[in-house]
Design a protein around this ligand. Structure first.
Ligand SMILES: NC(=O)c1ccc[n+]([C@@H]2O[C@H](COP(=O)([O-])OP(=O)(O)OC[C@H]3O[C@@H](n4cnc5c(N)ncnc54)[C@H](OP(=O)(O)O)[C@@H]3O)[C@@H](O)[C@H]2O)c1
Length: 235
């Protein structure tokens, strides 16, 4: 790590929802935060935000070039940007499925590929990929979304092995439903059915996510890689 006490964090999808909460939290803790979203995020003197689409390679390459020219090393990468669509599988348009995979899988891959190159040179880094309990719960109406998270999780486990010789860890954090735009359209009765399938039957909180992020990004977590934590007792 280049800054042991206050690592610089790059987070994708910080314009709203969970990502905005995470960005604000670490900015308030004195970290430098770099973020990538298509729309604007929180304004702060230690927040360098790029309006970038993670699924567009040229956007990512521009960000990397700019970070290098500004000599900003990235210590922690949080792949948080994600989209979802709740559909009965037989009525899911191909364009919807393609968008979900392009963002959740290929976008996360692109950002990880480029930031990993920096981390390999630094011989240090923490990568945390945001998944979802939709995967272990095998939730109906989320076949494409949960499949995209399955791909992201397997990607994370394999890169954990590839990057381990460079002291770069890669882990997975899977929240349960949280009150953000992502699940805005889901009827309360359906949401309650999901909560019933958790051991701890409550909505997710960004503070619980942040607690786990702190664990994964800790300088003491050198032995933690390729692991998954699902919140609220989903397994
Ligand atoms: N909310 C939940 O119940 C829940 C549960 C489990 C897991 N999760 C996961 O948590 C993560 C955050 O979700 P959320 O609930 O905070 O969703 P959200 O409120 O809809 O926010 C999604 C964020 O991702 C960004 N984003 C989407 N597509 C992007 C792209 N192509 N390029 C760059 N940024 C993009 C959005 O910014 P722009 O639109 O400005 O680009 C926004 O900042 C996701 O990975 C989601 O799968 C959420």
């Amino acid at each position: 790590m280049t800054q042991i006490l206050k690592p610089t964090i790059l987070i994708t999808g910080a314009s709203k929802g969970l990502g905005a909460e995470i960005a604000e939290h670490y900015l308030n803790q004195g970290h430098k935060v770099v973020s990538l979203s298509r729309s604007a995020s929180v304004v702060h003197e230690n927040h360098l935000q790029y309006q970038a689409d993670i699924s567009i390679e040229a956007d990512i390459l521009y960000v990397i070039k700019d970070l290098k020219s500004k000599k900003i090393p990235i210590d922690v990468l949080i792949n948080n940007a994600g989209i979802a669509s709740m559909n009965f599988m037989v009525s899911t348009p191909l364009t919807t499925a393609a968008s979900i995979f392009n963002t959740n899988v290929l976008g996360s891959f692109l950002v990880t590929r480029e930031i990993s190159k920096m981390m390999i040179l630094q011989k240090a880094g923490r990568i945390i990929n945001i998944s979802s309990v939709s995967l272990p719960l095998h939730l109906e109406w989320q076949s494409i979304y949960a499949s995209s998270k399955a791909a992201l999780e397997e990607f994370t486990r394999i890169i954990a092995k590839e990057l381990a010789p460079f002291n770069v860890t890669a882990n997975i954090l899977g929240p349960n439903p949280m009150a953000t735009d992502l699940i805005h359209g889901i009827p309360e009765s359906n949401l309650n059915k999901v909560l019933e399938r958790q051991s701890i039957k409550k909505m997710g909180m960004p503070s619980d996510v942040i607690h786990c992020l702190d664990f994964f990004m800790s300088e003491k977590s050198t032995a933690i890689t390729g692991q998954t934590i699902y919140l609220n007792g989903v397994f």
